[in-house]
Design a protein around this ligand. Sequence first.
Ligand SMILES: NC(=O)c1ccc[n+]([C@@H]2O[C@H](COP(=O)([O-])OP(=O)(O)OC[C@H]3O[C@@H](n4cnc5c(N)ncnc54)[C@H](O)[C@@H]3O)[C@@H](O)[C@H]2O)c1
Length: 442
Amino acid sequence: MSEGVTPVRYAIVGLGSRADMYVDALATRFPANARLVALCDTNETRMGVHNRRLVEQHGLAALPTYAPADFTEMLSRERVDAVMICTTDSAHDDYLVATVEAGLRAVTEKPMTTDVEKARRILEAQQRTGGRIEVTFNYRYNPVHQRVRELLAEKVIGDVGSVHFEWLLDVQHGADYFRRWHRNRENSGGLLVHKSSHHFDLVNWWLGDAPDSVVGLGNLFFYGAEGGARTGYAKDYARAAGSQAAATDPFALDMAASPRLTELYLDAEHEDGYHRDRNVFAGDIDIEDDMSVLARYRGGASLTYQLTAYAPYEGYRVSFNGTKGRLELDVLENDYARSPLEHGSRMGATPGSVEEVVPTRTAITLRPLFQPAEVLLDEPMRPGHGGGDDLMLDALFGPPAADPLGLRADHVAGARALAIGLAATKSFGTGGLVRIADLLPI
Ligand SMILES: NC(=O)c1ccc[n+]([C@@H]2O[C@H](COP(=O)([O-])OP(=O)(O)OC[C@H]3O[C@@H](n4cnc5c(N)ncnc54)[C@H](O)[C@@H]3O)[C@@H](O)[C@H]2O)c1
């Protein structure tokens, strides 16, 4: 008689675009270990889209759907073992707390949450229940980022004194954060929380250290009403759908051109008024698009970090200065952002448009003291966040495996990744240095 493993029963809460990856993985890749059993969202239409995919693409039965008010009932009725949280960032805390209070495993998309109060609430609930919380930092799993971690641990550059990190979001991807819910701090915490928590987590993990104190400068420079008026890019419309003015705006998103965006968002608007195609030069945007951060780590290393959300191309550069030399990571995710007016939008691809092969590059260079530089790696970037997504799914849903590099991130890593962005945002207002210990008990 074969000894079968009982599959872990998962519910997904938050069935937007990110949930696709988890629905597909749970539907197809881990039949012996993991099973998707229920969906929960504020929007019934979006849950219907995912159910249709389960039936039509995967040949599976549609799953029961639940409204947020019935979340706890769902956990017991569907005998859920673990919850995958993919809602808007500001709702993560409610589901994390409810899940650990029910004694179940909680897995959340990054960022763990959006402000200090919610982060404290999660940490308190975890401590009170002893519950298991995991944060899906897929960037850690990118093999190139793993290589950097190994090289630093092998001390190829000795002890690290400082890290210099620049991340560029182009005017396609970067603009997308200003079209939808991310543009308001109450939903996303701002880009230093929503986006940079990935980057700060990488630095924390690469260095094997925790941040101590932070100072930051932030500016809404390019997007928003003032930026649009100053640069002349602003066009007069509230949202792109149905607007003549938007038809000539390279910053507009044409959802109707994409069957996927149409079914997931346009056709679901009547339920909750979620407009995913708003004008990026509107007056209600209250997050920054240009941010500089200085941080000191407990071990003594310093970090200088810059996030720009209106760049001509997408990519990032990280340099580590050490006692035995310097290590550089250089990643080009595209050569330049294509205008949707000429090329069809990358976010909402025009039907029938030929996908261009966009040049990408990932390079690691070691520059030892008194020796010539050595290129350790130089290759195109792999798809799926550099190949990180698939490896993370294996770790989350596959059979238990060793984790020598500490890829799996818990609530402490989630809080430390948040802490720099939260502290820097506080510093935007005061101009002063913020101690992490004064914000969060980590
Ligand atoms: N790690 C990555 O690379 C990556 C990439 C994209 C998104 N994300 C994260 O995934 C999450 C979802 O992002 P997305 O792009 O899919 O957003 P989305 O707007 O497409 O989807 C969010 C979903 O949450 C639902 N929702 C909102 N409030 C809710 C509530 N209170 N209860 C239940 N459902 C609620 C919405 O109806 C929507 O279906 C975010 O936390 C985001 O930061 C991570």
